[in-house]
Design a protein around this ligand. Structure first.
Ligand SMILES: [Fe+2]
Length: 192
């Protein structure tokens, strides 16, 4: 049987015909690969990590603005942000979504717990180091450190996170009221 290469020719032999490599990640797989690359290079993030028992700690590792293309909206690049977060035992987010952004969470160290879905039936996932989760816009979840050791996670938002609406607490734990539609840095600071 003839192979595709025998029938159509080897495209790798004609590099000038290949589409140019994108300057930035644009697909979920690209962003997952970016997160794995960062995770595999602890020198790039471990020295930056701080733990704060009084307030959630976060650090923006990278922000790449979008480049709209009004003539070809389908070719617009929407930009992204890369955040480094730490979690001491007991810290959590409260239930929230990510506005119009997709999110990709990668646990770099320790263990986190994700709860998603309505009411008592909310699914519970234990996220260990190396675990990746992808969230579509509108996805509601809550992340907590229910373990006994601190944790560190990497979060990529594409497009960059501009709004992180908080949702009413859906479990018995007492949470301070948080106003909706706070920009993410404020929301993170107040979500401890
Ligand atoms: Fe989230």
């Amino acid at each position: 049987m003839n192979s595709d290469v025998e029938i159509a020719g080897d495209p790798l032999a004609l590099p000038h015909l290949l589409p140019p490599a994108p300057a930035h990640p644009t697909t979920v797989a690209d962003f997952a690969g970016l997160a794995r690359d960062i995770a595999a290079d602890p020198d790039s993030w471990a020295p930056l990590v701080r733990y704060d028992a009084t307030s959630r700690w976060y650090h923006r590792l990278r922000e790449v603005p979008g480049t709209p293309d009004s003539a070809r909206p389908d070719q617009s690049f929407h930009g992204y942000q890369v955040w480094l977060l730490s979690w001491v035992p007991g810290q959590g987010t409260g239930a929230h979504d990510h506005g119009a952004s997709f999110g990709l969470l990668t646990v770099l160290a320790g263990e986190l717990t994700e709860r998603a879905g309505p009411g008592a039936a909310r699914g519970r996932r234990t996220l260990t180091a190396g675990t990746q989760r992808v969230f579509a816009p509108g996805y509601v979840h809550e992340i907590t450190n229910d373990a006994l050791e601190p944790a560190v996670s990497l979060h990529i938002y594409f497009p960059g996170l501009t709004d992180m609406p908080m949702h009413p607490a859906q479990r018995s734990a007492v949470r301070l009221p948080v106003s909706a539609h706070q920009p993410c840095p404020t929301a993170w600071a107040e979500r401890s």
